[in-house]
Design a binder for this molecule. Structure first.
Ligand code: NDP
Length: 324
């Protein structure tokens, strides 16, 4: 076969802008590997790429997480062989039957982890890893606020917090999502549209939260800002409801000398050795039974439009995958 099916975006916009095209099967050059994809992770970031919130050169492929089997090796790649299972995070073009990537972008998948699990969790768990271990290093005993606790990143955060001895107070949009977050280790989970949400969250952390992890953005910014403890950290790491308009230094001062940070997984991936070390931590936690990935939505590649609509429509929980 010298062609493959892949999702393409020619013009940014609504989910319908994605189409499946028959494109040439990419060939690996020196130092590169071709992977026959078994599963492609779906992330909210993919919708930011599709709409142009995070601009990409057009036309573009989409999807930044996946797993599959090595089926061609470029010159000089001598520590992988055809048939080996590998996964990747933050590498563009995953919504496809195959992808070519530099060897350095790949991690080997242990036998105890399925392709689907790897595709459903590498981006999300690496995100929780840097949020909890780098951005604000949690040592155990803290009570933290984490919005969208029943989502892909959220359910992993609930489990990882529990494992660290951290009380994660989540928010979510439905009682069923709140129950799911708590069954994954959240200490409590409150409805995001509860009129008494602010008071209830304050009761969970009377002196304020030492850290608030906010991936919802525009609609939760004010609420979150008011809940950070003096000298605490506001971690803004996503835009589910739209980007925050402006951060005013004076407001950080008035709220108690707060730290504000906007970290990205890409920055951490660029740190030498970090990606492999993070994958080792994640696979280790999975093998020890502390972390499991919940794949609650599976779609054939041809259903990519529906997959994005479900994610943007807040109809998903846990992780979603496309099966090429
Ligand atoms: P999720 O599965 O968490 O889906 C997003 C969730 O956000 C929804 O399910 C919904 O949960 C909540 N939400 C709140 N308001 C809205 C809204 N207006 N529209 C849509 N959703 C809304 O997605 P992911 O696990 O893929 O990602 C979670 C977040 O983490 C995203 O914001 C993403 O951008 C961010 N992220 C950041 C990274 C970084 O490097 N900084 C890396 C990876 C992810 P509910 O219905 O319960 O409110």
């Amino acid at each position: 076969m010298d062609t493959m099916r892949a999702v393409r975006v020619d013009v940014c916009g609504a989910a319908e802008q994605m189409s499946i095209k028959e494109v040439p099967l990419p060939q690996p050059r020196a130092g590169e590997v071709r992977i026959r994809l078994k599963a492609c992770g779906i992330n909210l970031i993919d919708t930011y790429h599709r709409t142009g919130l995070y601009p990409l050169a057009l036309p573009t492929g989409l999807g930044c997480e996946g797993a599959g089997v090595v089926d061609a090796l470029g010159e000089g790649v001598d520590d992988l062989s055809e048939g080996e299972r590998v996964g990747f995070a933050m590498a563009m073009g995953a919504y496809a039957e195959a992808i070519v990537l530099p060897r350095a972008a790949l991690v080997k998948i242990p036998a105890s982890v399925t392709d689907e699990e790897a595709a459903a969790m590498l981006v999300k768990a690496m995100t929780v890893d840097f949020l909890f271990n780098d951005t604000f290093s949690l040592s155990g005993g803290e009570t933290v606020l984490f919005h969208a606790a029943a989502g892909g990143v959220g359910l992993i955060a609930c489990q990882w917090a529990k494992h660290k001895g951290v009380k994660l107070i989540g928010t979510a949009s439905t009682p069923a999502k709140c129950d799911l977050a708590m069954s994954h280790g959240a200490e409590a989970c409150l409805l995001i549209d509860d009129p008494e949400l602010s008071d209830k969250l304050r009761a969970c952390a009377p002196d304020g939260f030492p850290v608030v992890y906010d991936s919802v953005g525009r609609s939760t910014y004010r609420l979150s800002l008011g809940l950070v403890a003096p000298l605490g950290t506001f971690v803004s790491f996503g835009n589910a409801s739209g980007p925050i308009d402006a951060v005013v230094p004076g407001e950080l001062a008035l709220s108690g000398s707060l730290y504000f940070t906007r970290p990205t997984l890409a920055t951490h991936m660029a740190r030498p050795g970090w990606m492999q070390a993070s994958a080792d931590r994640i696979f280790g936690l999975m093998e020890a039974g502390h972390l499991a990935v919940e794949v609650n939505q599976r779609y054939p590649l041809s259903d990519v439009v529906r997959a994005h609509k479900d994610l943007e429509g807040r109809r998903t929980t846990g992780s979603s995958v496309l099966i090429p």
